[in-house]
Design a protein around this ligand. Structure first.
Ligand code: SF4
Length: 324
């Protein structure tokens, strides 16, 4: 796992809390999240829907909805504290040094502009190259994501392309300014199963080839196993386990991580195990450990005392009273 002293840290998130202001009062969607991502490495964030994965990535990019704020914590990209930057400064970094591959390629592309218009716009905004040179760069990045006949694709509108091709276009846009940090938020969720593996292979190949750092958000531990070196498991807005991928699979610590792994399909399983119950609504969290109502190892104190994220001797971190 990444160590704080490492000079190669690209992204450092320290005690991040993000709050939504609602009619029913403030709701903490991300609660005291801390992690590091090294240069050229892949860190996964895994958890069920609503656990705070996407809000964490939107907080890093400062793309939160109007009713949400970063309540506390700091986010460093290299040595730059992103939490201090205004939207104008962030606009120069987003799509340039930090790029996002979102979930749904159709809603992320503007239907009334051609693929070429949209890729060239990103290049012109951040690279100060225009006309033929911007066009040449657009063709280059479309070739990089293995789109056949890129000159023709530049003239297409998004609706003229398949889901897989649209996601390749999104990846090409993300790569067009050679970002140092790529954030991929469930990048294959909206795609057919047959295309998902191709897109993940493409992201993995490009990440290695370009030496980028990748923050990969997914609900799928199988994807984490294939792509990541380190992983954060989130539950109800909090980090419950933070470890390197080998240890997570070999010897998971947190009962939630153990449950997630048991629910993974394997060849020798005749039926999949489920974690009983549902994740809590972030608007009405239980007292004590948030996982307590679903935990098969719960103890009396779990109902009232919140566990802290503690470091184990091997550097892993876990938030559970079993490891005090
Ligand atoms: Fe289960 Fe208690 Fe650990 Fe929470 S703190 S995960 S309830 S054992």
């Amino acid at each position: 796992m990444s160590q704080d002293s490492n000079v190669n840290i690209v992204l450092k998130v320290e005690g991040l809390s993000t709050v939504f202001c609602t009619e029913d009062g403030p709701i903490k969607a991300v609660d005291n999240v801390t992690f590091l991502l090294e240069k050229g490495k892949v860190l996964g964030i895994v958890g069920e829907s609503g656990c705070g994965k996407t809000v964490t990535s939107l907080s890093i990019l400062k793309l939160l909805p109007n009713n949400a704020i970063i309540d506390s914590g700091k986010i460093f990209f290299n040595d730059m504290n992103l939490t201090d930057l205004n939207q104008e400064d962030m606009r120069l970094i987003r799509g340039n040094k930090i790029a996002l591959i979102p979930q749904d390629p159709l809603t992320s592309l503007n239907p009334v502009y051609t693929v070429g218009d949209q890729i060239r716009e990103v290049i012109e905004l951040h690279q100060n190259i225009y006309d033929d040179k911007a066009n040449k760069r657009a063709i280059e990045v479309l070739s990089q994501v293995k789109i056949p006949n890129p000159e023709r694709i530049l003239t297409n509108y998004p609706h003229e392309l398949s889901g897989g091709m649209r996601q390749r276009v999104i990846i090409a846009m993300a790569l067009s300014c050679k970002p140092r940090l790529l954030i991929a938020d469930e990048p294959t969720t909206a795609l057919d199963v047959t295309v998902q593996a191709q897109i993940l292979d493409l992201i993995r190949y490009i990440q290695k080839d370009e030496g980028m750092s990748l923050l990969l958000i997914t609900h799928d531990l199988g994807v984490i196993a294939e792509m990541c070196q380190d992983v954060i498991v989130m539950y109800a807005g909090q980090v419950v386990e933070y470890a390197d991928v080998l240890n997570i699979y070999k010897d998971p610590l947190h009962p939630y991580t153990i449950g997630l792994l048991k629910s993974l399909p394997t060849q020798d399983k005749t039926r999949l195990e489920q974690i009983e119950g549902q994740p809590p609504s972030i608007g009405s969290l239980p007292s004590g450990c948030y996982f307590e109502p679903r935990c098969i190892k719960r103890m009396p104190e779990c109902k009232t005392v919140s566990p802290e994220l503690i470091s184990m001797s091997d550097g892993r971190k876990v938030s559970c009273h079993l490891y005090k």
